[in-house]
Design a protein around this ligand. Structure first.
Ligand code: ATP
Length: 252
């Protein structure tokens, strides 16, 4: 299978100081890669660099034949790389329908024709938000809001969907529900890259896993293999700057 997303030798950080020290990764077309790692290892920084929210200091990012390295964040979205950040991913004072519609308007520049068809298709994947279409997103539960954020991203017809800790702040039950949906949208053939604090949950929907430690790729393996790897638990709980990573959250 060809790679939908290829990151090579990526160096990025803040104020000229690198957090990522030459990261390489590839996500095969139609597959999912979950990145895990201790707190502060650079996971969010990696996604921000891929999404164009912080500049690349060295290395390249490509989606298929398209070089994204110097492209604006908006340009990357238009090219099909759709990023759902951990926070601020919905407009709270707009209804669910208005949030979903925004994605459509961005992608189709106002062409109203097939909006209802697309809405129906997306809502089939997210039946849980259907009863709340006219509710302001700010009045939903955290879990429902995350669903709206991912559903809004799906309105953009992503070639590659990038999720930053989708289960953050959710109860275990809501996190499991959200991951059932993520698994459902995976079945549509979507290419997915995500970071996830809940290692077992994150790896459960992916083919491949990658462990990032202090801005370096420490390990990459099939997700099912990584999920069994007992040394991974030690890494999170050990001396890798991860003392504040609660075992119950990471390995529940
Ligand atoms: N906006 C910022 N300005 C300066 N430094 C930052 C900024 N955001 C993150 N950092 C630093 O970059 C490093 C990596 O942070 P990052 O958020 O990417 O890690 P992470 O693996 O996603 O952590 P967590 O699991 O805790 O979310 C940390 O040392 C952090 O303090």
């Amino acid at each position: 299978m060809s790679a939908a997303l290829i990151v090579s030798g990526l160096r990025a950080g803040y104020g000229g100081k690198p957090v990522l020290h030459g990261v390489d990764l590839a996500v095969a077309q139609g597959s999912a890669l979950t990145i895990v790692g201790p707190n502060g290892s650079g996971k969010s920084t990696l996604l921000k660099a891929i999404a164009g929210q912080i500049p690349v200091q060295a290395g390249t990012i490509a989606m298929g034949d398209t070089d994204l390295t110097r492209m604006s964040a908006q340009g990357r979205t238009r090219a099909g790389l759709v990023f759902v950040p951990q926070e601020g991913n919905v407009f709270r004072n707009m209804t669910v329908r208005e949030n979903l519609r925004l994605g459509w308007d961005f992608h189709h520049r106002g062409a109203a024709g097939r909006l209802s068809v697309k809405l129906d298709a997306v809502l089939q994947l997210f039946p849980e938000i259907k009863p709340h279409m006219h509710t302001p997103a700010g009045l939903l539960s955290g879990g429902q809001r995350q669903m709206v954020a991912v559903a809004s991203a799906m309105m953009l017809d992503p070639r590659v969907l990038v999720l930053d800790e989708p289960s953050a702040g959710l109860s275990p039950r809501n996190a499991r529900l959200l991951f059932e949906i993520i698994d459902r949208i995976r079945q549509t053939g979507l290419t997915l890259l995500m970071i996830e604090q809940n290692v077992q949950l994150g790896l459960s929907v992916a083919e491949q896993g990658l462990v990032l430690v202090m801005g370096h790729v420490r390990h990459r393996a099939p997700a099912s293999e990584l999920a069994q790897d007992t040394s991974l638990a030690a890494l999170f709980l050990g001396a890798s700057g991860s003392h504040d990573a609660p075992a119950t959250t990471v390995f529940e």
